[in-house]
Ligand binder design. Structure first.
Ligand SMILES: [Fe+2]
Ligand SMILES: [Fe+2]
Length: 166
């Protein structure tokens, strides 16, 4: 499954890199819009499991963590909006359709293979951090982008811990 995750991610990144070359903030906005979806999906599945009486010992910890991550990703999204990342209809159109597919894929993936679903999001967070690091290398210091980069690294660490926990 890890190999499958890496292949899917590499293909998606190659397409987005091609579509968004030279348009950093629209690309960041699309990435942040998509990055939020797995956390909503994890929460949806955890809520459903709770309703079905399938609450494990790590359940509350994971619910709190994924809620905080989703709020933090929304803060990133709002920052990208303040930098004009969602100005164009085409970017909003692409993101809103991608996020629908990605959300439902993650619901199914997390339900049937939670460790593999965490691994995919872990890879996505590492990719996000790398993307912001490249931006800083080319464009110079930016406190807010550095803060967001550190948030993504923090998310990747939390996802790695969650993978070990379940
Ligand atoms: Fe983010
Ligand atoms: Fe993140």
């Amino acid at each position: 499954m890890k190999h499958f995750n890496t292949v899917v991610l590499d293909i998606t990144v190659a397409i987005l890199d091609f579509l968004y070359q030279g348009r950093d903030y629209p690309r960041f906005w699309v990435l942040e819009e998509i990055a939020r979806a797995p956390y909503f999906a994890f929460l949806s599945v955890l809520h459903f499991r709770e309703s079905m009486g399938l609450r494990g010992p790590e359940h509350l910890y994971l619910m709190k963590q994924h809620f905080e991550q989703s709020v933090n990703e929304t803060e990133h999204l709002e920052y990208m909006e303040s930098r004009g990342g969602n100005l164009y209809f085409i970017d909003r159109f692409v993101a809103k359709h991608l996020v629908l597919i990605y959300y439902w894929s993650n619901v199914v993936y997390y339900w049937v293979a939670p460790r593999a679903a965490y691994h995919l999001s872990y890879e996505v967070e590492i990719h996000a951090a790398t993307t912001y690091a490249k931006y800083l290398a080319f464009n110079g210091h930016d406190d807010k982008i550095l803060e967001i980069l550190n948030d993504e690294l923090h998310h990747s660490k939390e996802l790695h811990d969650a993978m070990e926990m379940i």
